[in-house]
Design a protein around this ligand. Structure first.
Ligand SMILES: NC(=O)c1ccc[n+]([C@@H]2O[C@H](COP(=O)([O-])OP(=O)(O)OC[C@H]3O[C@@H](n4cnc5c(N)ncnc54)[C@H](O)[C@@H]3O)[C@@H](O)[C@H]2O)c1
Length: 322
């Protein structure tokens, strides 16, 4: 079996690379290193079944196709994870974000169509925008500002979803969509602007934790190992073409509660700094994972405190290599 993973040098992509290699299959990673890091692939490069193509999936469609052909590679499964993912990254790279999810998704779907490969699109809870339904089920259409500062990400993912469904409907590609909710763990970049690395970096530097708004907005936090397990189950499962499945942790925490947990686990006194809530920041976020549970037998196992402890250990540089 050959698995092609775009965004392989990123946070989630690199864990997927390691997990598929651990299964003994061949893995090809593609990444342009826009927000990823070669260091995430150090372990993978030690495995002969891993190969890496440094390319922009949105721009180098021909090159990607040529490289795959030259290597006589026909993937059986394509996981499209290439995209800036943190609000800070997609604010810095709005056009690149749109391209990765539009042209990049199309390139992957073309390869899937030619190779008769299964395709899985890494979509996002941001497809629901600032949701009016709670918790969010896959049937909810969302409440997205199409022209706001987050629209480059939200709408690009929604376009990627529509493209995925069109290739399934009209080209018969075995294409699936995962709507991923807030995932965290080691290998996140300290400065990527997301709440988990923000709080941990600030706690370890004995700085006040920055609360945007009043901190009553909620998030759910899924540890990366749980997410990888869910993605692999989805990639393995027969007869799920054309599906949309939420993957995330359904336990909801306010940002204030989360700040307390980070401070406790880091062993530092809790101090807050305050900043204005960013525009279009969702007030509540929590997945309904009934479908993932029914179709994949999946639910997250790792408690927030345990996941935070592992992430803090990594940030301290004291963790065993991941
Ligand atoms: N982490 C989360 O909480 C979360 C939540 C929902 C969805 N997702 C999705 O999962 C995927 C991975 O997210 P992540 O958190 O690992 O982010 P990340 O930034 O760590 O990883 C993304 C990777 O994609 C690469 N990339 C970006 N544009 C590319 C392009 N045009 N061609 C090739 N490579 C490109 C980057 O260099 C990076 O290595 C993204 O598609 C993201 O939208 C993540």
């Amino acid at each position: 079996m050959v698995v092609l993973i775009t965004g392989a040098a990123g946070f989630i992509g690199s864990y997927l690379v390691d997990a598929y290699l651990a299964r003994g299959v061949e893995v090809i990673g593609i990444d342009n290193l826009a927000t990823g890091s070669p260091s995430n692939l150090e372990r993978a490069h030690k495995d002969q079944r891993f190969s890496f193509i440094e390319a922009d999936i949105a721009r180098d469609a021909e090159r990607t196709g040529e490289l795959l052909q030259a290597g006589n590679v026909r993937p059986d499964l394509i996981l499209h994870f290439a995209s800036p993912a943190s609000p800070k990254d997609y604010a810095d790279l709005p056009l690149e974000t749109m391209a990765a999810n539009a042209a990049g998704t199309r390139t992957c779907l073309e390869v899937a169509s030619k190779c008769n490969a299964r395709f899985l699109f890494a979509s996002t809870s941001e497809s629901y925008g600032d949701p009016l339904e709670h918790p969010q089920k896959e049937t909810y259409w969302g409440n997205v500002n199409p022209v706001g500062p987050r629209s480059c990400y939200d709408e690009a993912k929604r376009y990627g979803e529509a493209l995925t469904m069109a290739y399934w409907r009209t080209r018969g590609v075995d294409a699936r969509i995962a709507r991923i909710f807030n995932t965290y763990g080691p290998r996140m970049r300290e400065n990527d602007g997301r709440v988990v690395p923000n709080f941990i970096r600030q706690a370890l530097a004995a700085e006040p934790l920055t609360i945007y708004g009043d901190g009553t907005q909620t998030r759910s936090f899924c540890y990366v190992d749980d997410l990888v397990d869910g993605i692999m189950r989805y990639g393995d499962a027969a007869s799920l073409a054309g599906n949309v499945i939420n993957l995330g942790n359904p336990k909801e925490f306010s940002i204030l509660e989360f700040a307390k947990i980070v401070a406790e686990v880091a062993g530092v006194p809790l101090r807050f700094g305050h900043a204005r809530l960013p525009e279009d920041d969702p007030t509540r976020r929590c997945p309904d994972i009934t479908k993932a549970n029914a179709l994949l037998g999946w639910q997250p196992k790792i408690e927030l405190r345990d996941g935070v402890a592992k992430t803090i250990a990594h940030f301290r540089g004291a963790a065993a290599p991941h």
